[in-house]
Write a protein that binds this ligand. Structure first.
Ligand SMILES: Cc1ncc(COP(=O)(O)O)c(C=O)c1O
Ligand SMILES: [Zn+2]
Length: 364
């Protein structure tokens, strides 16, 4: 008997837990892990003592007083997710997802990524003794492609947009029958990212801000954070889930548009924020529900503002974030303009990925 099942995020149909079921058999929507017990930080692993780990999590929180002043908000608490073993928050989700796969006896798997999740999957595959096939856009930053290769996974560099890598991974997975360790579809990935929220609440205690602002692509950190905060509220360890605000790029703003009740179709425009260049996120409805249920706002930002705040973060605070992560700060500007945030607001921001993993900012 498992201590959880996989529940459909739309029709709630229950599915037995395995590593192959990635969509509801009734309505095709994505699945989530539903535990028989209500507790904080539960794991889908059956033997958590033998968890797959590279030392992810327990990332530091630092204040960014100069940036807070520049942005016109009261305080910014940055949780340094780039301090994870492969340089991004993805390690939290990958550790759990690939850990579950290892428990199921998986020896070979397929994953697709804009770069960071692939690098993370390659590292945890190495650690678990699993052969990884990682599909990524051929145009992904060179440091990310090299990182995927260095841990020994086979890199399948796919020409064309981000979606082409997903299509190629799905075709390869069907052809070979390996499990598809998709960080966007796997219900297990979110069980790792939820720990970001639980940890932040524990670290900050009474100082946990009412506002959390993060870059949102396929939503694994956004949805996971909601789940983590919600587990704390259910266990009466937190009064209320903070307002979770989503920042997207103008080039991929489907969640922001859907939350406003607007239609949005991709224009083919590119963005420097590769991690949030997702034009068709499978968990879009869930993200819109997180915005609604937490009272958050969605904003879309321009590349030039992303680059500006990437430089400001580095110069003013010594924090070198990748453009995707810096998008959160361009988003704070918009949230201040809209009156959602003001000079009294405290904000929690994950610095989701390291600047060392992306192309250096222009003019350096
Ligand atoms: C650095 C960074 N931040 C944020 C994101 C967005 O995460 P998600 O797609 O889970 O919303 C990504 C995704 O690749 C990323 O690489
Ligand atoms: Zn369903």
């Amino acid at each position: 008997m498992s201590h959880y099942h996989l529940a459909c995020t739309e029709c709630h149909e229950s599915h037995d837990a395995d590593v192959y079921t990635l969509a509801c058999r009734k309505c095709s929507a994505p699945l989530e892990v539903a535990y028989s017990d209500k507790d904080v930080g539960l794991s889908p692993l059956h033997d958590p003592d033998k968890a797959l780990t590279l030392g992810e999590g327990n990332t530091p929180v630092i204040e960014l007083p100069r940036i807070a002043r520049s942005l016109g908000v009261g305080a910014i608490f940055a949780k340094l997710e780039y301090a994870n073993p492969t340089g991004s928050f993805k390690d939290r989700g990958t550790a759990v997802m690939i850990g579950v796969m290892r428990e199921h006896g998986v020896t070979e798997l397929v994953e697709d990524s804009s770069g960071n999740a692939g690098a993370s999957a390659s590292a945890y595959c190495a650690r678990a003794g699993i052969t990884g096939h990682i599909f990524a856009p051929a145009t992904a930053p060179a440091a990310k492609l090299a990182q995927i290769r260095v841990y020994g996974a086979t890199l399948h560099a796919i020409p064309g947009p981000r979606e082409a890598a997903t299509e190629a991974a799905e075709a390869f997975q069907k052809e070979h029958g390996f499990p598809y360790a998709s960080h966007n579809l796997s219900p297990y990935f979110i069980e790792g990212t939820k720990l970001f929220a639980i940890e932040a609440a524990m670290q900050l205690g009474e100082s946990l801000p009412v506002h959390v602002v993060m870059p949102v692509g396929n939503g694994s950190l956004f949805i996971g954070s909601y789940k983590g905060f919600n587990e704390l509220v259910q266990a009466e360890q937190l009064k209320a889930v903070p307002k979770l605000h989503a920042v997207q790029s103008m080039a991929a703003m489907g969640v922001v548009a859907a939350h406003r009740g607007e239609q949005w179709t991709p224009s083919g425009k590119k963005t420097i924020a590769g991690g949030i260049s997702s034009v068709a996120p499978p968990r879009k409805n869930e993200m819109v529900r997180v915005l609604k249920n937490s009272g958050g706002s969605g904003v879309a930002v321009e590349d030039e503002d992303i680059v500006h705040w990437q430089r400001e973060l580095a110069e003013q605070e010594g924090v070198y974030a990748e453009p995707t992560s810096a998008a959160a700060f361009a988003g704070i500007v918009a949230l201040v303009q809209q009156g959602v945030l003001d000079s009294k607001s405290a904000v929690l921001v994950p610095i989701t990925g390291s600047g060392l993993k992306d192309e250096p900012p222009a003019a350096l």
